[in-house]
Design a protein around this ligand. Sequence first.
Ligand SMILES: [Zn+2]
Length: 475
Amino acid sequence: MRCGFSVSALVVSAGLVYGGPVSVDQGNDRETVPVYGCFGDEHGNLSGGIHEMEMDGEVLEFIEAMNRVNLGAVDNRVDLVFVGDGYTAGEMGQFHTDADGIINSLFAYEPFTSYEPYFRITKVEVVSNESGVDGDPSPGVMRDTALDMEYWCAGIERLLCVNVGKAYTAAAAAPDIDQVIAISNSSKYGGAGYASNNLGTAAGQNSAAADIAIHELGHSLGDLADEYTYGGPTTYTGGELSPWNVSILNQSEQVAQSRKWYRWMGASMAGFDGTVGGFEGGNYSVFGVYRPTNNSMMRGLGRPFNLVGAERLLRQIYREVNPIDDGTADGAMLERDDVAWVNPMQPLSHDLSVYWYVDGVIDAGLDGVLNVDIGSLGLNGDAHELRVVVIDETPWVRKPQIRDNFLTEERTFSIAALASCQADINGDGNLNFLDVSEFLSLFGDGDLSVDFVADGLLNFFDVSEFLALYGAGCP
Ligand SMILES: [Zn+2]
C-alpha cells in the first residue's frame, strides 16, 4: 500500500461517457497527430517510432478546449487520470488493481519517487459492455467497449490505440486533467503515446507495458525524444532537434556554444542513468544525432531517466505545481498582531528553502521559518514590506531560468504603519503633562500645528478635541 498521493475513485456510467460534448462526425475535418509506439525486445532495448494517426478535428478541438479550462485550475497538483477500457461492471476491482500496478511502477522511478506528493491520481471507473479489447489476441477479435481500445492499430500488433475523444470525455469526471492514462483489460503487450494530447495507453496486466507507460510519460509530460537509433535515416542531416535530450551538437560543440545540456557534461547522480556526455545515436538515427547518456528510460525499458530528462520533467511538474502550496495571500496588508505564513510543497527527499526579506533585506534568522509573527520583527511604527521567497534548490535542475521561473515563488506583504497618536505632541511615545504643556505653548503662539479640528482657526474647539484625544490615550 503506497501512501503520499491521494487516490479517488469516480464512477462514470457508459451513458454519461457517450453523452458528453464529443460527437464523432466522420464528415468533419480529419487531422493527423503523432502517436508514439515504442516497444522493447527481450533485452529491453526499445524500437518503434512515431506514427501519424488520423483524428477527428472536432475531438482535437474538444481536448484543446479542456486543456484551456485546465490552465485555470488551482489545485496545485499534477493530475494523472486513469480510465479503463474493456472492464465490465463486475471487473472494477481488476481495474483498480491494474491501475495501482502502473502507479506503483511510476513512482519507483526518479524524479517521480521524490516528487510523488506533487501528483494527484484519479481513477475513473468506466464500464464496458464486454470484457477485454479489440485485437486481443488476434486481429478481427472485436469487443463492445466504452473507449474503443484496440491492438493491431495501424496494422501494428503492439500499438494499442484508444478513441481519444471518448477517453477524455470519461477523464473529465476527474477534478482536473494534466495527463490521461487509458488502460486495457488485457495482458497482451502493447501501448501508445499520444504525446500532443497528453494521453498514453497501456495493457493493464503486463508489467513491461507499465514500463512503456512510464516511457510514454517521458514523451507526453516531458516532451522528450526517443534516444534509440532504429527507424529513421541511418545518418540524420537535418537541423537542430527541439526536444531537450537530443542534439545535432556533440559534447564539445555544446560546451563551446553553451547549448542543450552543456551544464550537465560529466555529471552523474544516484537515481539517474549514466554519466552525461554526448553519445552518438538517437531520435531513430545512428549517426548525426547525440543523446545525453549511454542508456536511459528513453532508450531502454526498465532504465531510469537520465539527468537531462529529469531536469525537463521537473520543469514540467513545476508548470502545474507552485512551490507555495498555501499561505498568506500575495499582496496582503498585515497589522502588527498578524502572522504571515507559508506552507511550501513537500518533496519526500528534501525541504524547499524558505527565505524572508524585511524592507528588501534578508533576515537570516528566519530561514526555513513558516510562520512569522509581525510583532516580533522589532519594527518601528513606519510602514514596512515583508517578502517570502520559496525555492526548490534540488541539484537535479541546473538551468537558472528553470529555477527562477518554475522552482521559485515569492509573495510580498505590506505592513501597515502604526496609527499616529495625535495627542502625543512632542512625539516621545508617552502621553503626559509635557504634551499638555506643549499644546498650551503652541496654542498660545497661534501655531496651526495644534489646529486639531483643521478649520484654519485656533479656538475652543481645538482645545476640546485635544482633551478628548488625550483622554482616549494612545494605542
Ligand atoms: Zn518512445
